[in-house]
Ligand binder design. Structure first.
Ligand code: ARG
Length: 463
C-alpha cells in the first residue's frame, strides 16, 4: 500500500489482480525517454516560474538525466510491478532525491503527462516511418528507370487490357507512396501541439508558462483547451489511418508480386534470400514476405478499429479506456516499420523476367483498341471501328491467330481502309510509344513522370 502514490485516500490494499490488470508499464515502458524529456521541460518551467525553487528544479533535472542515462545504459531496469512508466520514473526520482523528487508532479497530472509522452513518441516514429518510405520510393524509382521500355500487359478485371511498361506500372505505386508520405507529414504537423499544462482536465491554479514547455519540447503551440488536451486521441487514430492506407498500398503491390511469381505469370523471380521453401515440396519457392505483408494489413486495420471503437463512447475527459491506445498504435507502428524494412530489399533484389512480360503482352489481343484507333484515324467513327475489330478478334480466336499474324486479306474483307501499315500500327512497341498522353505509358512520358516524382521526393526530403 505504501508503494502506491495515491494511497492516501485508500484504506485497503489494491487487489493483486487489479494491480496487474491496471499496469501498463509492460507496454508504455518504451516511452521512458519521452517521459523524461517531458518531465525535464516541466521541471524547467516550474523553476523558471518560481513554482518550485531554482535549486529544486536543477536537482530534479539532474536526477532525471541520471535516470535516463541509467536506463539507456542498462544499469536501471524498469520495474514490471510499477503502474506505468510515469509512476516508475517519479518513484525512482524520489528514491534518489527524497523530498525534492516529490515536487516534480506539482501542477501536472498523468493525464497531460501521458498525452505529451505519446505525442513526443509518435512524432519520432513518424520520422522513422517517413524515412523508410522514402527509401522504398527511391528503390522503386531506380527500378522504374531500368524498365521504361519493358513492355507488359496492363490489366483490368485481371484480364489483359492494354499494353503498358513495367516502369509505368511501378510508378503507379510511387505516386501512392508519395501521397502516404504527404499524409504522414500532415498528421505529424497536426499532432505537433502540446497538451502539457492541461493538468488532469481543468488546468491549474499555479501561474505556469505553457508556451515555455511547448517550445522546449519542440511543439508548435500549447493546445488551447485543457479538456481537449487530455481527451484527444485523434492523432493516434489519424496516424493509424495513414498506416492502414500505406499498408493497403503495400498489400496490393504484394499481391501482384505473389501473382507475378507464380508459374502462371512468371514475370519476376524473387531472390533466394527473400523467398522460402516448403517442408515437403522440394520444388517450391514461396513469396512469404509479400504474403505476410498482405496478412499484416488486416492487423493494422484491426488496430485502427480498436482505436476508433475505444474512443467512440467515452465522455470527456480522461477515462482508463484510453490506456488501450498504446498497444494498438504501437503494434501498428512496429509492424509497418517491419514491413517496409523487409519489402524494400526484397523488391530491389527481385529479378524482372522481361521476356515473359513481353510474351504475355503479345497474347490476349491487348492491341485491339489500337486496331480500332487505326480505323478511326482513317476516318471511321469509333463505334464502327470497335465493332469491326471485335469481329476480327473473334476470327483470330477461331483460327488460333493473333492480330499480328492475321493476313491482310482478312482485314480488308472487313473494310478497304485496312492496308499493310496496320501491322506497324498494332505492334506493341508502337502501341506503347504512341500512348504519350499525359500520365501515359510511353517511355518519354514515363521518363518525364519519373523526373516529376524525384522532384516531389526531394521536397519531402526537406520537410
Ligand atoms: N497509464 C495511463 C495511460 O496510459 C496513464 C494515465 C493515467 N491517468 C489516470 N488518471 N489514471 O492512460
Amino acid at each position: 500500500m505504501a508503494d502506491m502514490m495515491w494511497a492516501g485516500r485508500f484504506s485497503k490494499q489494491v487487489d493483486e489482480t487489479v494491480n496487474a490488470f491496471n499496469s501498463s508499464i509492460s507496454f508504455d515502458g518504451r516511452m521512458y525517454r519521452h517521459d523524461i524529456q517531458g518531465s525535464i521541460a516541466h521541471a524547467t518551467m516550474l523553476g523558471d516560474c518560481g513554482i518550485i525553487t531554482k535549486q529544486d528544479s536543477l536537482e530534479i533535472i539532474g536526477g532525471l538525466e541520471e535516470i535516463l542515462k541509467d536506463i539507456d545504459e542498462g544499469r536501471l531496469e524498469l520495474d514490471p510491478n510499477a503502474e506505468d512508466i510515469h509512476m516508475f520514473v517519479e518513484a525512482e526520482l524520489t528514491k534518489r532525491l527524497g523530498d525534492v523528487g516529490k515536487r516534480l508532479h506539482t501542477s501536472r497530472s498523468r493525464n497531460d503527462q501521458v498525452a505529451v509522452d505519446l505525442r513526443l513518441y509518435l512524432r519520432d516514429e513518424i520520422n522513422e516511418i517517413k524515412n523508410l518510405v522514402k527509401e522504398l520510393i527511391s528503390a522503386i524509382i531506380k527500378m522504374a528507370k531500368e524498365h521504361t521500355e519493358t513492355i507488359m500487359p496492363g490489366y483490368t478485371h485481371l484480364q489483359r487490357a492494354q499494353p503498358i511498361t513495367f516502369a509505368h506500372h511501378l510508378m503507379a505505386y510511387v505516386w501512392m507512396l508519395l501521397r502516404d508520405l504527404e499524409r504522414l507529414s500532415d498528421t505529424r504537423e497536426r499532432m505537433n501541439v502540446c497538451p502539457l499544462g492541461s493538468g488532469a482536465l481543468a488546468g491549474t491554479t499555479y501561474r505556469t508558462n505553457r508556451k515555455q514547455t511547448s517550445d522546449l519540447l519542440g511543439f508548435k503551440e500549447p493546445m488551447p483547451n485543457s479538456l481537449d488536451g487530455v481527451s484527444d486521441r485523434d492523432y493516434c487514430i489519424e496516424l493509424c489511418c495513414d498506416l492502414s492506407l500505406l499498408m493497403t498500398h503495400l498489400s496490393r503491390f504484394s499481391e501482384e508480386i505473389i501473382m507475378w511469381c507464380s508459374w502462371e505469370f512468371k514475370f519476376v523471380e524473387l531472390d533466394d534470400a527473400f523467398a522460402t521453401g516448403s517442408s515437403i515440396m522440394p520444388q517450391k519457392k514461396n513469396p512469404d514476405v509479400t504474403e505476410l505483408i498482405r496478412g499484416k494489413t488486416g492487423r493494422i486495420n484491426g488496430d485502427l478499429i480498436t482505436l476508433l471503437t475505444m474512443m467512440k463512447g467515452i465522455p470527456l475527459a480522461y477515462n482508463k479506456d484510453m490506456q488501450e491506445d498504446k498497444e494498438a498504435i504501437f503494434d501498428a507502428v512496429d509492424n509497418v516499420k517491419l514491413c517496409v524494412r523487409t519489402f524494400t530489399p526484397m523488391l530491389s533484389t527481385m529479378r524482372v523476367l522481361k521476356e515473359n512480360m513481353r510474351n504475355a503482352a503479345a497474347r490476349g489481343f491487348i492491341n485491339a483498341t489500337d486496331c480500332a484507333d487505326y480505323l478511326v484515324k482513317k476516318g471511321m467513327p469509333f463505334r464502327d471501328a470497335y465493332k469491326i475489330t471485335g469481329t476480327l478478334v473473334a476470327l483470330c480466336i477461331e483460327k488460333n491467330l493473333t492480330l499480328e499474324t492475321l493476313p491482310v486479306e482478312e482485314y480488308r474483307k472487313m473494310t478497304e481502309l485496312f492496308a499493310e501499315d496496320v501491322y506497324d500500327a498494332i505492334s506493341l512497341e508502337t502501341c506503347v510509344r504512341e500512348r504519350k498522353s499525359e500520365g501515359g505509358p510511353s517511355p518519354d512520358e514515363v521518363t518525364r513522370q519519373i523526373a516529376l516524382a524525384e522532384e516531389r521526393l526531394e521536397i519531402y526530403n526537406r520537410v
